[in-house]
Design a protein around this ligand. Sequence first.
Ligand code: ATP
Length: 263
Amino acid sequence: MSAAPEPVPVPVSGAGPAAPPPSLDVRGLAFAYPDGHQALYGIDLRIERGERVALLGPNGAGKTTLVLHLNGILTPGHGTVVVGGLPVAGRHLREIRRRVGIVFQDPDDQLFLPTVAEDVAFGPANFGVAGEALQARVHAALAAVGMAEHGDRSPLHLSGGQRRRVALATVLACEPEILVLDEPSSNLDPVARRELAEVLLGLDTTMLMVTHDLPYALQLCPRSVVLDDGVVVADGPTRELLSDPELLGRHRLELPYGFSLSP
Ligand code: ATP
């Protein structure tokens, strides 16, 4: 016979540990470009720690404009952006840029040093990590993307898929609060696309993935947010949103020919 279970302590109301702040909390974000073009109208978006969220929407919807607010490249006309409890504001920008790791569509925007290891070390070194701790960061980040054996190589000699993974490692090495991926599957062959998906699925970092690749969103992100004309028009389980042909049609989203949503 098994022993009687230990009594489970019941937390006294108000005495438990405080819940961690969400990785991202965007409230009422509105923005117009200097030429007067209003690109965002009152965006609300909350992403909890560990969530993987796809940001979908047609060309010109405002996805890039939203992303550029997350690390303070653009400043809101109205509203607030808070990352892991820290407001995106002038005096916090250095720490915000560490917390918000943006992986750009073109890896060549992120790789510019003679070796892979130097590129991956660049970010954390800038944030004050040095010596063995820096080496450990570089090794861990390269291992996470399956590139641990390639540290001494020139990024110029890698394939497109490998460069994309190293670009991801440069951001992971800074231990971001939220990883923002801009069209991660673009220009990858099917195998590199799948390999990158496997890498991303193995990470426990909070993720916001901007993509036009709806099957990739389905594979990687349990939740999707659809942006159109500067407004969030849908926010819910990816499978549910992609199963709604009217929603897709209204916002110029289209599944690839022959793609079936059956599990
Ligand atoms: P895509 O899928 O094509 O990358 P997107 O959803 O990222 O599109 P944004 O680049 O955020 O869209 O653009 C949102 C709107 O803001 C568009 O109407 C665009 O023309 C406009 N826009 C973008 N950059 C500027 C700028 N520098 N000045 C004026 N308007 C701009």
